[in-house]
Design a protein around this ligand. Structure first.
Ligand code: GLC
Length: 454
């Protein structure tokens, strides 16, 4: 192994033993999906943001230092009486999302499925008295979407021996037990239950605290024994995972070399908080999707349902608005690759797609419609074959100039959020002076220098 760069821990990089073609076909659907739904749902929805005079969302047990017995008592009000998994799956489909990832067990240790390894679950300990994951998995798949399970492998504030992350136990109960025993007798067997019961397409780990290579290994082996499974980069112990996550933040420029997923809330909280009404606008969310796609990433956008199982209406409204935009402009998002330029452009973003004959379409995501209708693609010196507006098919003309390709957009903005022009070329488009988009490195098993991976 190459020496670690200064400041980076010298962990062995654990990657799946597969060749690039295997990895590419395993990740194909995921790369093409571009847009998914994240669902944070659990007992923390009961206090809905406030416990006594303290506040928090899915971290409220920790932030308000709620004793284990008091927190367990909240579960009777986790009723899921209005839970309609079919409607949730339909909402994801209507929003144009291609996959759904739900918290099957968050840091509070509460499992939304029946478990033989801990009674702290929806069936045995909550007012819902039933498994909440199976019906969602079925409804999601019935709509042709993929299904992923979030699982907090290290932090578990309730089950015996579970990790407390960077915090000290706040209850005598939490001092009992042993972390390695917890991993062996609760976490690992529960992940096996997830596999057996729900056959997830994605395993979404969360928080790496205390996960050494030795502790991560059985989880890694379990996941990689399922040939199709995709996992994120949060298992810990040096496991790179298949995609890296960027939480609440869109990278400033394209991240080359590994699949990227930006996961983000619509307000400020992951779990339901009645007092958090700081909603992002539909325009912001649509532009985020455009921005992330231009950086070759997926957007995993979160909803936080109530304890009764209702997705807040402001979230529903925004998802429907994104869905309407995607119905017209989805061609510029799904199955595209990152755009022509590493850095964002003043007027908007680009994505691209090539067919089997390498004929290439560049999508111009126009955020700010130029007053004179003209957009310069700097350093592009190839003539376009044709161009059209996705909204209405209107022709888009362009001409090669010494500075690059000048595109003339017809008429006025088609959409106040993002209007898209598709410009077709006979061959892959080169941007003179820019480095080519490199092949992915992440999980191919051919990573030359792990210390250089982002
Ligand atoms: C963080 C938080 C967690 C949230 C997650 C979403 O790791 O611990 O509460 O579920 O990010 O990405």
């Amino acid at each position: 192994m190459a020496p670690a760069a200064a400041g980076l821990p010298a962990l062995p990089a654990v990657v799946r033993d597969e060749i690039a073609e295997q990895r590419d076909s395993r990740l194909k659907w995921y790369r093409e999906a571009r847009f998914g739904m994240f669902i944070h749902w659990g007992v923390y929805a009961v206090p809905a943001g406030t416990w006594k005079d303290r506040h928090g969302a899915e971290w409220i047990m920790n932030q308000a230092k709620i004793p284990v017995a008091d927190y367990r008592a909240l579960a009777k009000d986790f009723t899921a009486v209005k839970y309609d998994p079919t409607a949730w799956a339909q909402l994801a489909a209507d929003a144009g999302m291609k996959y759904v990832v739900i918290t099957t067990k968050h840091h509070d240790g509460f499992a939304l499925f029946d478990s033989a390894f801990s009674d702290w679950n929806a069936v045995k300990a909550s007012g819902a008295k039933r498994d909440l994951i199976s019906p969602l998995a079925a409804a999601v798949r019935a709509r042709g979407l993929k299904f992923g399970t979030y699982y907090s492998q290290s932090q578990d504030w309730t089950n015996l021996g579970g990790g407390k992350g960077r915090d000290q136990p706040w209850d005598e109960e939490q001092k009992k037990g042993n972390f390695d025993t917890y991993l062996k007798t609760i976490a690992l067997p529960q992940v096996r239950e997830l596999m057996d019961k729900f056959h997830p397409d994605i395993l979404w780990w969360d928080t790496e605290y205390s996960m050494t290579p030795e502790r991560a290994r059985p989880f890694f082996d379990l996941v990689t024994s399922h040939p199709h499974l995709i996992q994120n980069s949060r298992l810990g112990g040096g496991v790179l995972g298949d995609f890296r996550t960027s939480e609440q933040r869109i990278p400033a420029s394209a991240m080359l070399g590994r699949a990227l997923e930006v996961n983000m809330t619509i307000n400020k909280s992951w779990g339901y908080r009645a007092d958090d009404v700081d909603w992002k606008s539909a325009q912001q969310l649509i532009r985020n999707l455009s921005d992330i796609a231009s950086k070759d990433g997926n957007y995993l956008l979160n909803v936080g349902p109530t304890a009764e199982g209702v997705i807040p209406q402001p979230e529903v409204d925004r998802l429907c608005a994104i869905g309407r935009w995607l119905k017209v402009n989805g061609e510029a998002i799904y199955a595209t690759r990152g755009g022509l330029y590493l850095k964002p452009l003043d007027w908007g973003r680009t994505t691209q797609k090539a067919d089997a004959n390498a004929r290439t379409t560049i999508y111009l995501h126009v955020w700010e419609w130029p007053a004179d209708g003209k957009i310069l693609l700097p350093d592009v010196k190839q003539p376009a074959v044709r161009g059209r507006m996705l909204a209405d098919g209107a022709a888009v003309n362009s001409a090669v100039t010494p500075a690059g390709l000048v595109v003339t957009l017809p008429g006025v903005a088609r959409d106040p959020d993002v209007s898209v022009a598709a410009i077709e070329f006979a061959a892959p488009v080169e941007v003179f002076g820019a480095p080519p988009m490199p092949k992915d490195l992440g999980a191919s098993g051919t990573l030359a220098n792990p210390s250089k991976s982002p």
